[in-house]
Design a protein. Structure first.
Length: 193
């Protein structure tokens, strides 16, 4: 019995700091307007690494063209570089009239959330904006996985890179050209308290 108690004590000593780390997510300081509403708490942070993908499309002015974001492609990792989620645009099956939404799919249980942007702030003029997104659709994975299911809001913060190029989409002859711009960002996931 004494050995069992000693082993249990050792196991808890090793496990508790790791478990406490996994449960503690400190929300970032954000510009006004990007705060998550009261009653929500941060429960997951992923460090995104990928590209913001643009296509040269017709602009609002006749005969003009401009880079248009058609999807991000990023993988989110934890602090130990373990893969957490994939991030991209996809149709939200819970909204009929909306073509696509920002999407996060858990890498283990494939639970998925779709979110709409509520607010943006340019923190670094050389990087994509910081964004507050509100979840507008969610699904458990096919075997009942629900890691992302409780998500209510997501913040994209600490962005580096990802802006559309300044050249390559200058005339109608460039229509259809694509550019894949590297970026990194932190994504903070919130759920109801």
């Amino acid at each position: 019995m004494k050995n069992y108690v000693s082993l249990l004590g050792l196991a808890l000593t090793i496990a508790l700091p790791h478990a406490a780390h996994a449960q503690t997510v400190t929300p970032p300081l954000v510009p006004d307007g990007l705060d998550v509403p009261a009653g929500n708490v941060a429960f997951l942070i992923g460090h995104g690494d990928g590209t913001q993908n643009y296509v040269c499309s017709p602009a609002k002015s006749i005969g003009q063209v401009a880079w248009t974001l058609f999807t991000p492609r990023a993988t989110l990792f934890n602090d130990d570089r373990g893969q957490l989620t994939s991030h991209y645009f996809s149709p939200n099956p819970h909204e009929i009239a909306t073509p696509v939404r920002a999407t996060w799919e858990d890498s283990q249980d494939t639970s998925t959330v779709w979110a709409k942007g509520n607010a943006t702030a340019v923190v670094d003029p050389n990087a994509v904006a910081w964004v507050l997104l509100e979840v507008v659709g969610k699904e458990a994975g096919p075997t009942g996985g629900a890691t992302l299911f409780p998500t209510t809001f997501i913040q994209r913060v600490n962005t580096v890179g990802g802006l559309a190029p300044t050249t390559g989409c200058d005339t109608p002859a460039d229509l259809g050209a694509k550019a894949f711009q590297p970026y990194t960002a932190d994504y903070v996931f919130y759920k109801k308290n």
